[in-house]
Design a binder for this molecule. Structure first.
Ligand code: TA6
Length: 295
């Protein structure tokens, strides 16, 4: 683990059961839990919150906080809904969204500048991960934090066998007025409706949220939306992304989530899902990137 003794802006604090890296930069405040390398807060001094964190979030070993940017890896969503290339090497009955978000990552690189901070955290295979997923890997998440959030999730096959993963950066966004939200960018794109027998459908116009939404949009999409006089833009190299809001009924079933939480958030999750899963030969890399701006 990198020594933060000489760091200008970074320190490690313990919140309940979790170690959190806190970055107090002249431009922003950020918090990243070492568990899951999960960015839980990014508050820009002029632009405000870029991500949403549940008011009921708990800092507990083994359970990902509800909010920020959970890293779903080496499978996304309900395991059984993944392609066979993913499910065939994993035991059944495992929870959604993989094990990476519940493992402790190490800080491996730090670069602090006037314009922002670049920090890398890494997860390598260990006895637990090998017990359920028999592959050697290095998963590195690099955050570039400044006037925007830029992330690279670098998959590296450090073993001698090929493996496949589905993955996503499961970002929770703050929404001041869910009734007026219009998410642009997906017009005419196909999507899989996870709430309607996983049927393939086509998006017409902006995405609006008036009920539970859980859709996998296909193709590279530049999402744009306005929330209370701020313009958000989300871009990624991924060719599959999920738009999700639990709405009223599902909100009551979620952990770490207030009954009315659906009114204050929505998720857009850039990833490699369904046919867009990635396969890596030994010594091969793949990078999933994401850029979130707010003006
Ligand atoms: O990406 C959408 C989704 O799969 C939803 O169906 C919901 O389960 C959400 O992720 C949150 O999952 P989690 O395991 O974090 O409660």
């Amino acid at each position: 683990m990198l020594d933060l003794e000489q760091s200008a802006f970074c320190k490690i604090v313990t919140k309940d059961e979790l170690e959190c890296l806190q970055i107090e930069h002249p431009k922003f405040f950020a918090e990243i839990t070492l568990q899951g390398a999960q960015l839980t807060q990014f508050k820009h001094n002029n632009l405000g919150d870029f991500v949403w964190l549940s008011p009921d979030a708990i800092y507990q070993q083994g359970s990902s906080l509800r909010g920020g940017i959970p890293i779903c890896w080496p499978w996304f969503g309900v395991l059984e809904k993944n392609p066979a290339i993913i499910t065939q090497v994993l035991p059944s009955g495992l929870g959604a969204h993989g094990f990476a978000r519940n493992q402790n990552w190490r800080i491996t690189d730090l670069n602090e500048r006037v314009d922002g901070v670049t920090i890398a955290l890494q997860l390598k295979d260990n006895e637990y991960t090998r017990s359920i997923w028999p592959f050697a890997f290095e998963l590195t998440c690099r955050f570039h934090l400044g006037d925007d959030i830029r992330m690279e999730l670098v998959n590296y096959n450090s073993g001698d066998k090929p493996f496949a993963v589905s993955q996503a950066l499961h970002t929770y966004f703050p929404v001041k007025n869910i009734e007026r939200l219009k998410i642009h960018g997906a017009n005419q794109h196909r999507y899989i409706d996870a709430l309607d027998q996983w049927q393939s459908k086509q998006q017409h116009g902006p995405i609006e949220i008036k009920k539970e939404v859980d859709r996998i949009y296909l193709g590279v999409i530049r999402y744009e939306w306005e929330d209370e006089h701020h313009q958000f833009t989300l871009t990624s190299n991924s060719e599959s992304s999920v738009v999700w809001n639990p709405w009223i009924d599902k909100s009551l079933t979620l952990s770490q989530f207030p009954a009315d939480g659906y009114q204050s958030m929505m998720c857009i999750e850039n990833g490699n899902i369904l046919d867009n899963v990635i396969s890596l030969m030994p010594n091969e890399h793949h990078t999933l990137n994401m850029v979130l701006t707010k003006q």
